[in-house]
Design a protein around this ligand. Sequence first.
Ligand code: FE2
Length: 365
Amino acid sequence: MNRPNFDELRSIQFFSEMSNRDLRMVARFANTKKHSKGEIIIREDTVADTFYIIQKGKVAITKKFEDGEEMVLAVQHDGEFFGEMALLDQGPRSASAVALESTVLLEISRNDFAVLLKKAPLLAYSMMRELSARLRGTGALLISELQRKNRELRHAYRETVNAVVNTLEARDPYTHGHTERVTAIAKSIASSIALEKELDEDDLFTIEIGALLHDVGKIGVPDAVLRKPGPLEIREILQIQEHPAKGKHILDNIGYLEQALPCILHHHERFDGQGYPEQIAGEMIPLPGRIISVADAFDAMTSDRPYRKKMDYQSAFREIEENAGRQFDPEIVEAFGKLLKSGMIEQLIKAKKARSDIDSTAGIA
Ligand SMILES: [Fe+2]
């Protein structure tokens, strides 16, 4: 046992506010130990029994994820601490700690802390208060770092999906920009009912990715059918109707797209159960499928196609409204109607059209 001396303790930032009397008491219960570079101080999942404060040195806190990859959660320096949960319970360690250089740690075991709690409850209480304040700060930092990483990941995710969608749309000039507009409309419908339907940020992102990929299965439909300008034969209609199932099949094994699969599989179901591929009805159709269905139909009706001219917004919405309860979910139609009335949909589409015109001039699309 190597007890720290008073001056050593006084130099640690963690104890800077503590009275001399209290610090002397801590010195009787703490232990100082040197760890060499690369030494594992605590190992994830082992039983915790000690709390550590870095007297001098550098420690990495790391965590293993399900895929076996190890991530550095934080690098801590003099005066910082880790392993504090050990003071409270005997649960397994949630992370590992490794000395990044020769490091001196002050260690307080749970048993010693329990004695301290009995002998000097006020002192133990003030230590806990200090721990709690610092934890709150560390927690906030970790959360904002995680949020930043999440945003980066979503951005990369979106870019990848966009590249796939652009490739898909390049096959069919008439649908150019369709996916982006459907996505923008679906996102705005979803956001407008988010509170009521308890949709969180993850759900909204899933709807966005699902809308971007909703027609990905058209990759599996022959050009001669997909680009046929005239009316389609029954055999060809059936081929086109295979695209939701084909889309699901293409993306089935990509784990991170799993949540978006219902959008792809069910965007052609009808509220009355007469759609495809599974002919499910009403709320059995996943909500993202019901939202994309309205957005998809509206954009198709208001865009030029080789076999017909586009409709104006009001006529298109009238047709959607007439089909509420048959093809479309009445609640979604209502939410969409409000957005249309507010002028928001028009703005969104104008912005997307301007953007895709710039892209096609620049040869991006
Ligand atoms: Fe579709």
